[in-house]
Design a protein around this ligand. Structure first.
Ligand code: FE2
Length: 306
């Protein structure tokens, strides 16, 4: 094998001793792909020294797709988005104005089919903050009490696109996060995304392993349940999934590349002081998990629950 693997904490592995100067052989690509399926998150420490390496390594894991938020696309690149070049709306994080905070989510869960995975490359890190946490939603599902597994087996939840502070943070009490005072607007243009519905449990299309399909940043309500009961159930599931033993907390170095399997993880960008800058590039792997569908609530239900 043309690389060595070193386990990260709780989920993921670091890939070392990999030569990224030229094209990778088919055997090497196959071994990397299988390591990714096994570990869910792969870290290539300080290996992303160019856009070409980022794109070439991403393509080992599948075809790349154009992100649905076109305003984030890197100029002349259909397969790369930049996060942090345009400032999003800040939040108040422990009473400080904080940028780039994105609560736990699975990428593109506001569309009917969540994407296969993504790879981030750190271009410019802030002096403080900017960390990312990944959580293993397959391990979290396996560790659920059987009674809870049964309760959510046939349930689906409704999701919308959302950025900024999230009112319900599901027992995540480490930090106080609130809406920033009025007057701060996002520079990122976001199209309208209709509500979608996803099952709360899904089988991984390649490994067949069961996993929680949850994206609390985007959550609206549990389909077909009275709102307070559904919210309480969702909270119980998310609180369980956010237990520290399922999580890997990454402190970035410039040029780090991190790849994750979006079908068995969720992640949270912890943000950084708003006046500072953090720029990452991201590729998105095509090959969606076809779990969801557009949700057509009647008007009164939508206004009551959204
Ligand atoms: Fe994300």
């Amino acid at each position: 094998m043309g690389f060595s693997l070193h386990r990260l904490q709780n989920i993921g592995a670091e890939v070392r001793d990999l030569d990224l100067r030229g094209p990778l052989s088919d055997d090497l690509a196959r071994d990397l792909y299988s390591a990714w399926l096994d570990h869910g998150v792969l870290l290539f420490r300080e290996a992303g020294t160019s856009k070409d390496i980022h794109l070439r390594l991403s393509r080992v894991f599948g075809e790349l797709e154009e992100h649905p938020i076109k305003s984030l696309l890197v100029e002349d690149e259909k397969e790369l988005i930049a996060l942090g070049e345009k400032k999003g709306a800040p939040v108040l994080f422990d009473d400080q104005l904080w940028g780039g905070f994105i609560f736990f989510h699975q990428d593109t869960s506001y569309t009917p089919n969540i994407c296969k995975g993504s790879m981030l490359r750190m271009l410019r890190k802030p002096e403080r903050g900017g960390d990312t946490i990944w959580t293993d939603t397959a391990k979290a599902y396996a560790a659920l009490p059987p009674s809870l597994k049964e309760r959510i087996a046939d349930l689906s939840a409704i999701y919308c696109f959302r950025s900024g502070a999230v009112e319900r943070r599901y027992g995540w009490s480490e930090h106080a996060v609130r809406e920033a005072p009025a007057g701060h607007v996002s520079e990122v243009q976001i199209p309208d995304f209709p509500l979608v519905s996803h099952p709360m449990v899904a089988r991984h299309p390649e490994s067949g392993i069961g996993s929680l399909l949850i994206s609390p940043l985007n959550f609206v309500h549990v389909e077909g349940m009275e709102k307070s009961r559904g919210d309480a159930l969702y909270e119980e599931i998310v609180r369980h999934a956010l237990r520290p033993e399922f999580a890997y907390h990454h402190k970035w170095s410039v040029n780090d590349l991190v790849l994750w399997d979006n079908r068995r993880t969720m992640h949270c960008a912890l943000g950084y002081p708003y006046e500072q800058t953090r720029i990452v590039h991201r590729t998105t792997l095509h090959g969606p998990m076809q779990t969801g569908h557009y949700y057509r609530a009647n008007v009164s239900e939508q206004s009551e629950k959204a």
